[in-house]
Design a protein around this ligand. Sequence first.
Ligand code: FDA
Ligand code: NAD
Length: 434
Amino acid sequence: MPEKSFKYVILGGGVAAGYAAREFAKQGVKPGELALISKEAVAPYERPALSKAYLFPEGTARLPGFHVCVGSGGERLLPEWYTEKGISLILSTEIVKADLPSKTLTSAAGESFAYEILIIATGSTVIRLSDFGVQGADAKNIFYLREIDDADKLVEAIKAKKNGKAVVVGGGYIGLELSAALKVNNYDVSMVYPEPWCMPRLFTAGIAAFYEGYYANKGIKIIKGTVAVGFGTNEKGEVKDVKLKDGRVLEADIVVVGVGGKPLTTLFKGQVEEEKGGIKTDAFFKTNLPDVYAVGDVATFPMKLYNEMRRVEHVDHARKSAEQAVKAIFASEQGKAIDEYDYLPYFYSRAFDLSWQFYGDNVGETVLFGDNDPSSSSHKFGSYWIKDGKVVGAFLESGTPDENKAIAKVARAQPPANSLDELAKEGLSFASKI
Ligand code: FDA
Ligand code: NAD
């Protein structure tokens, strides 16, 4: 017999879990009905802070400052909030078995939890270099960043190896944000990645040229077209150098690895339908099982705007998908209907004094507009993506709130673009007219 039984269980304690809990409260969940089970030791927080202000030497972010839902301008959900609402916040509890037919979850400590409705919000985990068999990848001071425990270990090492040498492996989100954070901490930073330019899953060559130039001007060494194949260690087992495939060897006191994430779906393998690496859902985040929902990074859902199943690993979708699922659960209990999820992809990043936003789809031809000279003081530039004669995606560095709203509007409205040259010349004013 399960030791504890709840009407609703949220499995996970990240961004989607926190926003789901708030939506449950808004919808009038009764005390004792809802549990949130997380392997983390702290209540849900805004994960993006970990690669930004959490690592800064000044203006440092620490909990409880960034518990959800402050990231989107809402009230902060402190641990007391869950108590007040009668929501069981079950922390430091890793679920190791999910038996969906019997609606039971079992923790590593052997506790079992029964639910009537389950929301899977297990997010992603990091891809490790040891997954590719890189020699020495388990040396001390090689860090990954996903959860607050990882960030705490990194902060300790940054202090211990003060003003040292850092090698950042990976040229994606973590690579770019962590290189900047380490530089701000006065580290001598080198970035290594295999592609011809950084963040290739979103950036065009023209966009990347700006960031690579800007980072180089800050003193960050960028090494492209190669990968880390091994690590040397000192007598304490700490990393001391990084061996690259092209034969170069880089000295390192700290290594940070950001070579991608993978959704945490293993607990549910063979029990629920999957698609494109995630758990397949409908437009209400319901899986093929009637009482199981999946939200955030793990969900592969119908992206209505593009008429395609997609998975999104970003915070805005984690928040909105969680809210949609909880609204759908309550609506279905009341025999009501709600609108299908109609998501406009929104990604952003911040590093140094830079800040970009992207909306829509990065497919088709591209035009670059504005001033993308890394040495200029304005650094306001952007890019449009054009497919089948329509503007489907827009990127902007250093936009004002109104300008960012304008590019979001363009990506949603998909206005026709008659000529790419015209579009490049018009630049931001094209978006501002829509
Ligand atoms: P999330 O990873 O937030 O939460 C999953 C939770 O489930 C965790 O608490 C985990 O411990 C728990 N869990 C997993 N398995 C479990 C188990 N078996 N038992 C119990 N608990 C379990 N996005 C963006 O748009 N802008 C940004 O600036 C950033 N910045 C950023 C920085 C860093 C360092 C990371 C790692 C990620 C970002 N992101 C981002 C991505 C964004 O944070 C991410 O898409 C969301 O956190 C996804 O929310 P989820 O709730 O789906 O997963
Ligand atoms: P990513 O997919 O953004 O980037 C992975 C990068 O790894 C690739 O661009 C490539 O350069 C590099 N790479 C792949 N194999 C490599 C190898 N063998 N050696 C060296 N480099 C290699 O993933 P990430 O940066 O690790 O981020 C992890 C997760 O966190 C993602 O889900 C991401 O969306 C999320 N995140 C998002 C933000 C944001 O939205 N601002 C910030 C941080 C993290």
